[in-house]
Design a protein around this ligand. Structure first.
Ligand code: SAM
Length: 287
């Protein structure tokens, strides 16, 4: 099968199957061999790896993954793509396509059954409408993952990688950085896709921490505090935590905790590092 990274080959397949793109599934297929090669390189795929691909589309990246990995499991929601994938991936015996919504797949079970519970790599050109639930699902369900290398909206990639005091820093940055080390490895313009998306894209690689970066007593409290801190960005931490419907912590308790940490009572969430949020959460957990 000729590589689908070349636009002419993609067009040929789409015409052969009279395929029409579904906007609701975030379908923007890659048509640039350089970008595809870059993703494979940055994902550091070896012949030992099992790769989970989310949304294979017509199998453009799947072909590269099959060439480089030991085994590929690809989960695709769109029924119309299944016969196409049978065709484009027909010459590979190391791929398994599952016709399902990724948000409904028990990925822990998949890792156990398909990779004896050993760590997998996740690689995808993600459907942008569900970027956050897919990534947070992998983290929160503690799926045994080595790294996640994904194409996302550039703006989202910047938020994932942002540090304290920047405009992009927020709950997503802290969640991603709590679980992993993010690195933007490529910027990808709209003309690398068919159809062209309205936004710029970026490839971000997240290597999961082997040991947690901060050890905290109550993970659920930490994330409630983080969500509260950024839900009202312009308010002080004391006020936003006190106003949160998820928490019942008085202003006095937050102020005392900040004093204990040597921080100003007027500080905003955007100024705190992950380590400081961890410390704050541990102090408030004791109270
Ligand atoms: N990997 C292909 C490529 O790079 O050309 C396609 C990428 S396209 C941005 C996203 C793909 O995810 C589409 O094939 C779409 O049908 C699929 N998709 C959308 N929602 C999904 C879901 N909930 N579960 C699984 N696949 C999904």
């Amino acid at each position: 099968m000729a590589t689908l990274g070349i636009p002419k080959n993609t067009i040929e397949i789409l015409q052969k199957y009279n395929f029409s793109f579904q906007k609701k599934f975030g379908q923007n297929f890659l048509i640039d061999t350089h970008v595809l090669e870059r993703i494979i390189k940055e994902a550091e795929i070896t012949k030992d790896d099992m790769v989970l691909e989310i949304g294979p589309g017509i199998g453009t990246m799947t072909q590269y993954l099959c060439e480089n990995a030991r085994k590929v499991v690809a989960v695709e929601i769109d029924n119309n793509l299944i016969p196409i994938l049978k065709d484009t991936l027909g010459s590979y015996d190391n791929v398994c396509v599952i016709n399902e919504d990724i948000l409904k797949v028990d990925i822990n079970k998949l890792v156990l059954e398909e990779n004896e519970g050993k760590p997998i790599k996740v690689v995808a050109n993600l459907p942008y409408y569900i970027t956050t639930p897919i990534i947070m699902g992998l983290f929160e369900k503690k799926v045994n993952v080595d790294s996640i290398t994904v194409m996302v909206q550039k703006e989202v990639a910047l938020r994932m990688q942002a540090g304290p005091g920047t405009k992009d820093y927020g709950a997503l940055s802290l969640a991603v950085q709590y679980y992993s080390e993010p690195d933007i490895v490529a910027n990808v313009p709209p003309n690398c896709f068919m159809p062209r998306p309205n936004v710029s894209s970026a490839v971000i690689r997240m290597k999961l921490h082997k040991q947690p970066k901060v050890i905290i007593e109550n993970e659920s409290l930490l994330f409630k505090i983080i969500r509260a801190s950024f839900s009202q960005r312009r308010k002080t931490l004391v006020n936003s935590i006190n106003n949160s419907s998820e928490l019942s912590i008085s202003k006095e308790h937050v102020a005392a905790a900040l004093n204990e940490m040597g921080l100003s009572e007027n500080i905003r969430g955007e100024a705190l590092t992950l380590e400081q949020f961890g410390e704050l959460s541990d102090i408030l957990n004791k109270q």
